[in-house]
Design a protein around this ligand. Structure first.
Ligand code: H79
Length: 612
């Protein structure tokens, strides 16, 4: 299995300021001549996109693991979802209780001082995640109430300095140790929106808040080496006013990348855009289809609250959990399923029980193969009777509505392929496969293997593929104007079209960050003879031609945006491609993805692109 358990820590860069002073210190000396100066991390000539999250080694574990545990735990947990007002009436909420129940600061601080999660048992939590088949954990390090769950040095509003908890304990360190020991990845949730910090709401003092926030994030990265950061609270809001901007997000991403280039970050680091961070974050919902231009993860509660609420018994059933996971994996997404420990730090038993049931299903008969390392396939249409995911040359048809005896399950094929074997995991029954209409009928000879879902593994002979190409990228001509006028300022071969210039970058140090244009030319060589969907993510404009035909025409200046066009391509053939891209002012992005029945979404890779 492709997992790194004891990956050596990547070398820490110094951060932008450190990097600049390191540069100043080393220029001119005799040693400086030996080493090429490191490329600056900001400014003209910078492309912040350093890989394709859909295919990078950096994101490999996350793309395979599919199922994670979210943990909402903070000073609010101490109230267990109920606040008794001075007049004796009770107000209910969970992690939003301070705001929704309008608890005065001093009252909230007073109750937090009694917070004593002495029963927090990192090993038990990791065991619960492992039993559930969850392969990573994301815990709130700081929610909107601003209360830090580790001994931060930036303020005293934290679990060590403002609680009744043993000051020698550090639950994030405990969780990190237990997760490492179990081969589970650990990530931290961090809320940008902060109801407690007095500097947050006023634009005049916000820079002070931002400095503390950066320092807290550095503490988290340096002290706990998280694999992932999960931001939240990036939205515009009042009370307190949230001024977090796309520019703030762009700067934070640059900062985090300098701290650890391997970090995986969600899209709420910016403003939830398709160009922000590494993955999209649908909350309490499952997208109906793969998301264009971005990895994605659905986060969901196990009952109706994120934080512990002692009265909330509206638990999802194990069947719902498993079926959600199957739907999500079959659309190429991840499932981050939440638990909210009580004020003593214990994960509610109903949560543990349901998670264990889900894990039991995943372990049974190797059914986890339908989830881990499996993903979207365009080869077949989504059936009404379940979900189909692809892993190599196996399709996993997870059937939640098993047919009556002798009745078929119909599978619609979007491209011609052959099924060479079909069997029900955990059952010796036969599955008869017959070509029928627009695809196949699968007729099992026996009963479902269980009430949750039964998995039919179909081994397929997929559509023929041309061998990988030998391309080295497209020719890129860039102008220091947004009209392709005059001689280009620079001509290069770009391995891929994958540009995140954000606010400050540009194609070349000689080209300022505003008003430029790039024209890519050459050819694109598909490996399958199929209908391809070309997807661009651009800001400000893009036009794309294949074999002289305009496939994407998005010439009205726009913010970060996804556009799509379809084109039938021939395996191994080099189709002419031309892309005209302009950047006027503000942010700048240009990415080119492709997908087809046989090709899952990715940045069009270098070897399939030829200069010209
Ligand atoms: O941490 C969990 C929730 O507490 C948090 N995200 C998950 C992972 C979450 N916060 N808010 N929401 C979920 C719902 C969004 C509410 C909002 Fe609003 C409506 C934000 C902006 C409009 C409330 C009303 C705040 C501002 C106006």
């Amino acid at each position: 299995m492709l997992r790194w358990h004891s990956r050596p820590r990547p070398p820490r860069l110094l951060g932008v300021l450190g990097l600049l002073s390191a540069l100043l210190l080393t220029t001119g000396g005799p040693a400086a001549a030996a080493k090429p100066a490191p490329r600056p991390a900001t400014g003209p000539g910078t492309n912040h996109a350093t890989d394709d999250p859909f295919t990078a080694d950096r994101t490999s574990w996350w793309r395979q693991d599919r199922f994670g545990m979210f943990i909402h735990f903070g000073a609010y947990s101490n109230l267990e979802g109920e606040y008794t007002r001075p007049d004796g009436t009770v107000c209910r909420d969970a992690e939003w209780i301070k705001r929704e129940c309008k608890i005065p600061n001093d009252a909230y601080e007073k109750q937090a001082a009694t917070f004593n999660p002495a029963d927090f048992d990192a090993k038990a939590i990791v065991r619960a995640a492992k039993d559930a088949g969850q392969r990573y954990i994301v815990i709130t390090s700081k929610h909107h109430d601003g209360y830090a769950m580790w001994p931060t040095k930036q303020n005293s509003w934290n679990l060590r300095d403002h609680s009744a908890f043993d000051p020698h304990r550090d639950i994030l360190a405990e969780l990190k140790r237990a997760a490492d020991a179990a081969g589970i990845k650990l990530g931290f949730y961090y809320s940008i929106w902060d109801w407690h910090d007095p500097d947050f709401a006023d634009p005049a003092t916000f820079p002070r808040y931002k400095k503390r926030m950066y320092a807290q994030l550095k503490e988290l990265v340096d002290n706990y080496d998280p694999a992932l950061l999960w931001f939240d609270g990036e939205w515009d809001a009042v009370d307190p006013v949230n001024t977090w901007s796309r520019k703030d997000g762009a700067e934070l991403q640059t900062y985090l990348h300098a701290l650890n280039p391997e970090l995986i970050v969600n899209n709420r680091v910016g403003k939830r855009g398709v160009v922000d961070g590494d993955f999209g974050t649908p909350e309490q919902e499952i997208p109906a289809a793969p998301v264009d231009g971005q990895l994605w993860e659905s986060c969901m509660t196990l009952n109706d609250h994120w934080g512990f609420a002692r009265y909330d018994t509206h638990w999802k059933s194990p069947a719902t959990i498993v079926r959600n996971l199957l739907d999500i994996a079959s659309r190429g997404g991840n499932y981050l399923l939440n638990v909210g420990p009580d004020k003593r730090g214990r994960v509610p038993q109903p949560s543990v029980d349901r998670l264990r049931e889900a894990g039991r299903w995943l372990r049974a008969h190797g059914q986890g193969d339908a989830v881990y390392g499996a993903g979207y396939t365009g080869l077949v249409a989504t059936p009404s009777w379940g979900a189909v995911a692809r892993r190599g040359n196996d399709l996993y048809a997870s059937v939640t509505a098993w047919p009556a005896a002798g009745r078929p399950l119909h599978l619609t094929a979007r491209e011609a392929f052959t099924i060479t074997s079909a069997r029900v995991l955990g059952s010796g029954q036969r599955v008869t496969v017959t070509p029928a209409g627009d695809g196949f009928d699968l007729t099992p000879s026996g009963a479902a293997t269980g009430p949750v879902a039964s998995v039919i593994r179909l081994t397929v002979k997929p559509p023929a593929a041309a061998p990988p190409g030998t391309g080295r990228g497209l020719t890129a001509r860039s102008w220091a104007n947004d009209t392709f006028t005059g001689p280009p300022a620079v001509t290069t071969v770009d391995p891929t079209v994958n540009k995140s210039y954000r606010f400050d970058g540009s194609p070349d140090p000689s080209i300022p960050a505003e008003h430029f244009s790039t024209r890519w030319t050459g050819s694109i060589q598909p490996r399958f003879s199929e209908t391809y969907t070309l997807t661009t993510v651009s800001d400000d404009t893009v036009r794309l031609w294949i074999d002289g035909r305009l496939v994407i025409d998005s010439a009205t200046p726009h913010g970060p945006q996804t556009d799509k066009g379809t084109v039938t391509l021939t395996a191994g053939h080099r189709h002419d491609i031309r892309i005209d891209y302009t950047q006027q002012t503000g942010e700048a992005y240009m990415k080119l993805f492709w997908s087809s029945p046989s090709q899952s979404q990715q940045i069009v890779p270098r070897r399939q692109l030829y200069a010209g």
